[in-house]
Design a protein around this ligand. Structure first.
Ligand code: ZN
Length: 210
């Protein structure tokens, strides 16, 4: 775990980046079905005046990993309209050397017998705002085996994989390793955000009934 002073520093940066959000960044988030409640609740931000350790992330969306003990990690999403592969950087990046973490672990404490697992942080925000408190795995292949036991005590664990081949693999792997898991892969070409953006949160909740 990061030290108290690291958490304090990340907490202060979370506030600084959150206050730097621009209309452009907010409209990007709105296009991903994340409204003001999600932006504020999850303390999303924009890196404009970076801490020295975040200098490579100017212009990126900051996604703090907030736990009951403070901010333990931060990831940054590229907001440029290009294929990040062409520029040889990841769409999502975190400071190298930091341990990969599960996003929105508070879902594990707030949920009543039910929790969701999404691919990616932004999908976890959208699923949570749409009625299923959800954690986010930072990347389809980033799940760590020791995370499985976090879901032991839940009656139902929804797995919201993307509607692509990596997402289907994610869904089937997690559902075969988690008791009480129910795979609810998104329709082809969709992730949770695009699904809710196109069809609405009510349609997302309807998926749970099927
Ligand atoms: Zn990029």
């Amino acid at each position: 775990m990061p030290s108290e002073s690291q958490k304090k520093r990340l907490g202060a940066l979370t506030d600084r980046y959150h206050e730097s959000l621009t209309e452009e960044a907010l409209s990007y988030l709105a296009s991903r079905a994340i409204g003001q409640d999600g932006v504020t609740g999850f303390r999303l931000g924009l890196v404009t005046d970076p801490d020295p350790m975040h200098e490579g992330y100017v212009g990126r969306l900051s996604i703090p990993f907030i736990t009951p003990t403070g901010v333990v990690y931060m990831r940054f999403r590229c907001l440029e309209d290009h294929d990040c592969k062409d520029l040889k950087h990841g769409k999502y990046e975190g400071v190298s050397g930091d341990e990969t973490r599960l996003y929105n672990v508070s879902a594990l404490h707030s949920a009543m017998g039910t929790v969701g697992i999404c691919e990616g942080e932004l999908d976890a925000i959208v699923a949570s705002a749409s009625g299923v408190a959800s954690v986010g795995v930072p990347g389809a292949s980033a799940f760590k085996r020791h995370w499985y036991r976090l879901f032991d005590d839940f009656e139902t664990v929804y797995i919201f994989g993307d509607g692509d081949s990596a997402g289907r693999k994610f869904s089937s792997e997690l559902s075969s390793n988690i008791r009480g898991a129910r795979a609810l892969p998104m329709p082809a070409g969709h992730d949770v955000s695009s699904f809710v953006q196109e069809f609405g949160a009510e349609a997302f909740r309807q998926l749970l009934m099927e």
